[in-house]
Design a protein around this ligand. Structure first.
Ligand SMILES: [Zn+2]
Length: 310
């Protein structure tokens, strides 16, 4: 338990088979300060007491954007489950390494205000990953010096498997258990399906500009990408690249202004015709990896709002 004690929160869980969300009231304890800072988010330790003992240690990810809309967290969970479904299909090829994406869910704190003051405080939560964390690629052509074959071949395969509609990149995690992926969509001019990190064909071309087909690509029979190659100097930054915030589009391709405050519950119940997902229905494989305390508080990072107000 972290300072501030336990508190009641709402846990929103996505079922990829039915494409529906369910919500449960749970007890959690969240660390007062972030222990890690990424390009887009602060990361806090969180204990989710609804999980089995030994699997309760999680991380809570809070957007740095004070105007972040609650629905964005729901869209990111759905995007990660989309990648998880693709990973299951990829594993069917029985390649040397099996891959997976961690489960994730949304936790909402009814007693804490969102940073921008509109609605309750909301974070994306997933199990802590134990072990050395490696960023294999970003969403704009970065490839880690290690240049492992499996994550690179997976990205290439998602492009081919989808018939040139999407490409999964920003592959990172511990061993081959990944988190925080990004999907680029090829949905037409100025039409992006997977949030602000979806750079569309620009991002896809940047991936293929640095991708060199490896033995796994060849064993999968993946054809070399023949589209226009992005021209840029050697890409050394691991940071993700974002499109301008306005208008915001979610994975369903719907646009919102940054001032919109539609409830996140509107995310559920979307008809399949308007949904960015096309291939759900595979058996879901639950994955709650071993967890551990992997960080310490960095006092320069912001504290949770209303920490002791519960
Ligand atoms: Zn390849």
């Amino acid at each position: 338990m972290y300072p501030g004690g336990n508190e009641t929160a709402l846990k929103h869980m996505f079922n990829p088979a039915s494409r529906t969300w369910t919500v449960a009231t749970i007890s959690v304890s969240i660390a007062p300060r972030a222990f890690q800072e990424g390009t887009m988010r602060y990361v806090y330790h969180l204990t989710d007491f609804s999980l089995p003992p030994g699997q309760q240690q999680c991380v809570a990810k809070l957007s740095k954007d004070p105007n972040e809309q609650k629905r964005t967290y729901f869209s990111e969970v759905e995007m990660q489950y989309k990648c998880k479904e693709l990973a299951q299909k990829f594993n069917a090829y029985n390649l040397p390494k099996r891959i997976d994406f961690v489960d994730s869910w949304v936790v909402e704190f009814p007693n804490r205000p969102a940073p921008h003051g509109a609605g309750p405080f909301t974070v994306l939560v997933e199990p802590v990953l134990r072990g050395p964390y490696v960023k294999h690629s970003n969403n704009y052509g970065f490839v880690s010096p290690e240049n492992r074959s499996t994550p690179q071949a997976f990205s290439h395969w998602t492009w081919v498997q989808s018939g040139g509609k999407i490409l999964v990149c920003d592959i990172q995690g511990v061993n081959d258990l990944y988190t925080d992926p990004q999907i680029h969509s090829n949905a037409g001019h100025q039409n992006y399906l997977y949030g602000r990190g979806d750079m569309g064909m620009d991002g896809i071309n940047h991936f293929f500009a640095t991708h060199r087909c490896n033995g796994l690509c060849r064993s999968l029979g993946l054809p070399p990408h023949t589209g226009p190659q992005a021209m840029h100097p050697a890409f050394e930054s691991t940071a993700v690249r974002l499109r301008p915030q306005t208008p915001i589009q979610d994975i369903y391709g719907r646009s919102y202004s940054s001032a919109s405050t539609s409830p996140a519950s509107s995310v559920g119940g979307i008809s399949t015709a308007s949904c960015g997902f096309a291939d759900f229905g595979l058996p879901r494989v639950m994955s709650c990896p071993v967890v551990a305390d992997v960080g310490m508080a960095f006092p320069q990072l912001p504290a949770m709002p209303m920490l002791f107000a519960i």
